[in-house]
Design a protein around this ligand. Structure first.
Ligand SMILES: [Zn+2]
Length: 253
């Protein structure tokens, strides 16, 4: 049975009364994450130029997504994934809580191999599966940094949610270094199991770092803090594994 987000949140608020932390400081449930992500995804589909399913870039993204997820094979996986492409020059990609994932054409156009796409997608799927957004939300609201967001999520009326721009409140949260490393590791494992070459992860982060020199850093790096060690860590993992990896697959659109 699917409860409305309002019912879920009211239930959380009631449960929170006797707890030490107020309800808005606790980690949003899986169901809440899914509802919030879906709502924000709808906002994106209304506001942005989302490419049709017939576009080869959308088809490639969905094919790589299916391939990565087939390595997980978790029957109890609660998440509701979707994969879409926004027609915009930003160097960015993100996954909303609960599973909806968006790539920008700006980033896709810079990728030279499917392995680079699998790297970013695997990384983003790890954020979803490890519920990083919900943990960041909890930690930041405990620091009183996001009282407004707490008010939005835990006192939901449709007009409040829409008026505040749910999307920007969801995507304004920055992931911590710890979560970034965790997502790199899980994304790496997923792509290797799916038959991709993790050199794609090295290549895509190198490309992003090169684009950060000089002007404004790519949007992806502003929500996913990275440092110089990140690329070295992945190269070290590849060396230590002693594995031979398949050739990179050139992007074919
Ligand atoms: Zn990240």
């Amino acid at each position: 049975m699917r409860q409305s987000v309002a019912t879920m949140i009211a239930a959380t608020a009631v449960l929170g009364v006797s707890a030490s932390a107020p309800a808005q400081f606790s980690r949003p449930s899986r169901q809440q994450q899914i509802q919030l992500g879906k709502q924000a995804a709808q906002e994106i589909r209304q506001k942005e130029r989302v490419l049709p399913s017939s576009d080869p870039r959308v088809q490639t993204l969905r094919r790589v997504g299916r391939r990565l997820l087939s390595t997980v094979n978790d029957r109890n996986d609660p998440w509701e994934y979707s994969f879409d492409v926004i027609d915009s020059p930003q160097l960015n990609a993100f996954a909303l809580p609960g599973g909806p994932t968006f790539f920008y054409t700006g980033l896709l156009n810079k990728m030279r191999s499917e392995d680079e796409l699998a790297a970013v997608l695997g990384h983003e799927l790890a954020h979803v599966r490890r519920e990083h957004w919900a943990y960041q939300y909890r930690d930041q609201s405990q620091r009183n940094a996001l009282l407004t967001l707490g008010a939005i999520i835990f006192r939901p009326s449709r007009t409040v949610l829409q008026g505040a721009g749910l999307l920007s409140t969801l995507t304004d949260l920055k992931y911590s270094r710890k979560h970034e490393t965790e997502s790199d590791d899980q994304g790496y494992d997923m792509m290797v199991r799916a038959g991709y070459n993790p050199q794609g992860m090295v290549d895509v982060f190198t490309m992003l770092a090169q684009n950060a020199r000089g002007g404004r850093p790519p949007e992806f790096l502003s929500s996913h803090p990275a440092d110089a060690n990140r690329i070295r860590r992945i190269q070290e993992k590849m060396r230590r594994s002693g594995q031979r990896f398949p050739s990179l697959r050139p992007m074919n659109y």
